[in-house]
Design a protein around this ligand. Structure first.
Ligand code: GRF
Length: 205
């Protein structure tokens, strides 16, 4: 029987890393088809890095302020991720837009998860903006990153109802539960079955 190596995933984080944890937990099962080979961050002292340490996964940090300009930060981040030979790079609460060099290296295999139903409410305050607008349904979107902010081709979306008594915290948490489940399911599907991106359309055979 052929031995199929699990896909190599690098996860980028800036915060609590609950999406990262969901991937770490899922990939403990060899049947999942992927393993997290490194975790990168744009800042020190975050729970996401502790979660990687606890799982025995190597970490790296590239802070923008340690580089003369954004372009050189982008080059450094690209080099760090390249070292780990990823099949897929996943931005999971990573609060930076990468630059052209990173996108040239990983643009067809760089995923981001966003906590609204895109194209509504892009940016870092998605649930707050959705609540302020008064939508009754929001959710989470998994997409391949392009040069825009939360504009790339969509892999999957999950809807989450907004309740009358929601505040930003309760809505954010309810979205995150659905978001983690979607991320784990869809990443597993992508690594096991492959994908093609044609224009804005993502197809899994
Ligand atoms: C996620 O909801 C993501 O969509 C948003 O930030 C959150 C990150 O959460 N951009 P965590 O760090 O994975 O817990």
């Amino acid at each position: 029987m052929p031995v199929t190596e699990p896909a190599r995933i690098v996860v980028l984080v800036s915060g609590s890393g609950s999406n990262l944890q969901a991937l770490l937990d899922a990939s403990a099962d060899p049947a999942y088809g992927a393993r997290v080979v490194a975790v990168g961050a744009d800042r020190d002292g975050i729970a996401g890095l502790d979660r990687a340490d606890a799982a025995g996964v190597p970490t790296f940090v590239e802070r923008v302020k340690d580089h003369p300009d954004r372009e050189q930060w982008d080059a450094a981040l690209t080099a760090r991720v390249t070292e780990h030979r990823p099949d897929l790079v996943i931005s999971a609460g990573f609060l930076k837009l990468v630059g052209p060099r990173f996108l040239a290296a990983f643009g067809d295999r760089y995923l981001n998860t966003h906590n609204t139903l895109l194209p509504a409410f892009p940016g870092i305050h998605g649930p707050r903006d959705a609540l302020a607008y008064g939508v009754k349904v929001t959710g989470a979107t998994l997409f391949f990153v392009d040069a825009g902010m939360d504009t790339g081709p969509i892999v999957a979306q999950v809807a989450v109802p907004v309740r009358d008594d929601d505040d930003v915290d309760t809505l954010t948490e309810r979205i995150k539960e659905a978001e983690r489940k979607q991320l784990v399911e869809q990443v597993g599907r992508l690594v096991r079955e492959g994908w093609t991106i044609t224009g804005r359309k993502v197809t899994v055979p």
